[in-house]
Write a protein that binds this ligand. Sequence first.
Ligand SMILES: [Zn+2]
Length: 427
Amino acid sequence: MPALRGVVIEVTTSFDRMWADLEPVGRDPRTGGYRRYAWTRTDHDLREWFAAECLARGLDLVEDRAGNQWGWWGDPDTTPGVVIGSHLDSVPDGGAFDGPLGVVTAFATVDALRAGGVEPDVPLGVVNFVDEEGARFGIACAGSRIITGALEADRARSLTDADGVSMAQAWERAGRDPVTLGRDDEAVRRVGRFVELHVEQGKALALAPDGGEDLADPARAVAIGTDIWPHGRWRIDIPGEANHAGTTRIPDRRDAMIGLATVIQSARSYAVALGSVATVGKVDVIPGGVNAIPSHVTAWLDARGRTEHVVHATVDAVSSEASRLGATTTSESWTPTTTFDADLVGTLRAVLPDAPLLGTGAGHDAGILATHGVPSAMLFVRNPTGVSHSPAELARVDDCHHGVTALTAVVTELCTGKDPESMSDVR
Ligand SMILES: [Zn+2]
């Protein structure tokens, strides 16, 4: 990153202190993974932490009608601001970095700007989007979907968790009034531009162009996100016939689980053939007895790819394979390609000219805002394991610091138009 040469920003202290604060919150000691679900006690602790970090910096803390938290430096009602941040919740047994890395680097960026004497000309916001993973109520990016109207308030309130608790009840238990939940045009209007920094959820940055692992190249520590792949979820219902596992002759069986095996295998082989990815990660087996031949299996297929064409081709092929078994395939959700804002991506490329460009197969709040028309973009920090949504998820501490440096340079450009080169001697 030549544009950052000469910029020495002492960000490590505040970043490391915040990271150490968050580390134990919601951590399962048995696995080392995180269970940070929306509107739980753990979520409350994370929200209190966010509020305290805003208070410590004199940022104005506001909550919107979905419960997303915003810490503002400057008044976004005078002119829309630049927003950085991400989310603090996790998937079941998730990693430490997916989400929190974006929030912690955002606060560290505020500290770096202040250490450098940079006063933004436009308001700067730090955001914690609520319930990004959808781990509790099943809808990913719930916080950003609710405020943009992509998720209707009534539907959101009636979503239930595994224990049958609705989102409305969860709000009440958290001391909130679910009647206030809903679309929030005012909160969205305050966001002039959004840059979400996130841990990479694959291994592209950890691999050198020759395919070998390279974790030392600082130019590959941070990438610029260009787009989010099209993705969707399909439900496949596979029929069978319940019968005794011990007394039914093999030729007489109609075993729905055999059909499931075919669906899973065909999802893999068509994904390989077409260059997409397809996953059966959740199944429901009826009756679900060890000694009973399954009479019905429901499988959920998640498919993604670089183009909408390859995703549809994959699902069509799996679906026609499944229909030969008498199974039916139903679309449950579909998100077309999300392309990040060209002007904003152009600014990021000008500030970080050596940073690789990266498309991603994962959904993010930045994608929801981009689809709603808010100029949005992303930065990704190298992940040596390439693993995400697992305790093995990783970003090395020096790469996290590179992330803060990159975000600081981007925010300086967006908030002041100043060349970060001129911020020498910032410590
Ligand atoms: Zn995330």
